[in-house]
Design a protein around this ligand. Sequence first.
Ligand SMILES: [Zn+2]
Length: 441
Amino acid sequence: MKKSYAVLAALLMVPNLFAAEAKINFMAGASKVKITPVVEPFSDANNNHRYDDGEPFKDYNRNGKWDPVWLAGYQGGRYATGVHDDLWTTALALSDGTEPMLIITVDLIGYLFDDVAAVKARIKKELGVSPSRIFICSTHDHSAPDAIGLWGQDGKTGKDEEFLSHVRGHVFDCAKDALSRLKPARAVFGKIRYDNPIEDSRPPKVINDMLLTMQFVDEENRAIATLANYAMHAEVLNGGNTEITSDYPGVLRERIEKKYGGVGMFVAADIGGMQSPFVLFHSFWSRGRVGKGVAEKVIESLSDKKPVEIKTLKVSSRDILFPVNNKRYVGAIESGMFGSSREYIHKDADGYHLPADIGFIQIGPAQILTLPGEAFPELGNVLRRKMAPGYPFVFGLCNNEIGYIVPDSEWHDDGYEENMSLGRQTADMITAAVSDLISKL
Ligand SMILES: [Zn+2]
C-alpha cells in the first residue's frame, strides 16, 4: 500500500513539477488614440462670462448652435475656451498565450460604470475579451469634459452624450489596436520614492510617495509600453483654467515616450485625502515642471534594470454593490444627473446601490490591485500590506468613479471628502473583498 501511495503521490506531483517549470507565451501590445473634444469658442460681447444668444461663435459642426464643453472639477459652469493639448486614451494588452487582458486609461475626471459596461460589452462581442479581464482607469483629469454630470451650468449636468459616444468608440479602437499588436515580450518593474510635488491638505499628513513603474519590451528590447502609477491628483491646472489639457500626466507620458519609444501610460494610485500637486502657480509652466519631475523619477526607477521573462499572468476580479448613503449622491441619482448610468443603479428597500468591481492581477513579480475610486493613502497602505511587497501597484478610478474612499478610522461626518463619497461602509467592504481575492489567487 505504501508503495502505491508513493507512486500515486509521485504521479500527482508530476503536473506540479511541470507547472513550476512552465514557460508561458507572454505577449504585450499597446496603443493610444486621441479623445480631444471639439471646442467652439465664442465672443463674450457683454463680458458676463456666459454665452448669451446672439454672441458670435465658431460653429465647427454646423448645427447652428453653440455647443459648450463643460469642464469637470472645481466649480460648475466652467466652459472650455480652447484646447491647450490633446486628451488621450491608452491601452495595454497582455497575454499568456490564452485569453488576453486589457489595461486602458482615459484622460477624464472619472469614467462611470455605464460607459465602462458599454465599452466592455463591445470589446467582448467583437474582440472576444471577457469584461472581467478589462480594466479602464480614468486619470482624474480636472481639465477635461464633464464625464460624470456634476459640472454643467446652473447645477445642470455637463455631460455631452455625443462626446461620450465618441470616447467609447475611441477606447474600443485603441483596445483593438493594442490587441492586434500583441507580440512576445519581457518586462521590467521599478519603484522609487518621490514626495516632492505632493501636498496633503487633509490632516493627518499621510502621503503615498511610492512611484511604481512597469515597462514591456519586445524581443529586440524596444519598448512597447511604459506605465507609471503615482498617487497625485491631475490638478496642476485649477478652476481658473479654461483650456482642455491632460494636466501633468500628458507631460509625463510624452517624456517617457521620447526616452523609450512605445506608449507612455499613467494610472492614478491612492490619490484621496488629499494627494494634490504642490505648485505656487497653477500654470502650464508648472504642469511642465511637475510632469517632467515625475518622468525623471520614472526613468531613474528603471535605469540599469534588465527585462525579465514573465512566467505568471493571473487576472481575477469581484463585482460589488456599494450602498449609497450620501444624501447628495441620492439627490443626484434621483434628479437624473448621472444620466444613463441610472440603468445600472440598483434600488431596494435599503436604498440605492452602485455597482463597481475590484480587480487583482499578478504579472510576474508585480501585483496590481484595482479600485473603483479615490482611496485615501491610509487605506492604500492597509491594502498594500496584504500584497506581495515587491511591486504593489494600486490602480485607482478603475472601471468606475465612486468618489473618495474614506477609511472608517478617518471618517468625519462634515468632511469635504466624505461629502464626495458613497458612505462610511465602502472602505471596509473593499478591504474585505481584497482579502478574499488575494486568498483565492
Ligand atoms: Zn479627486
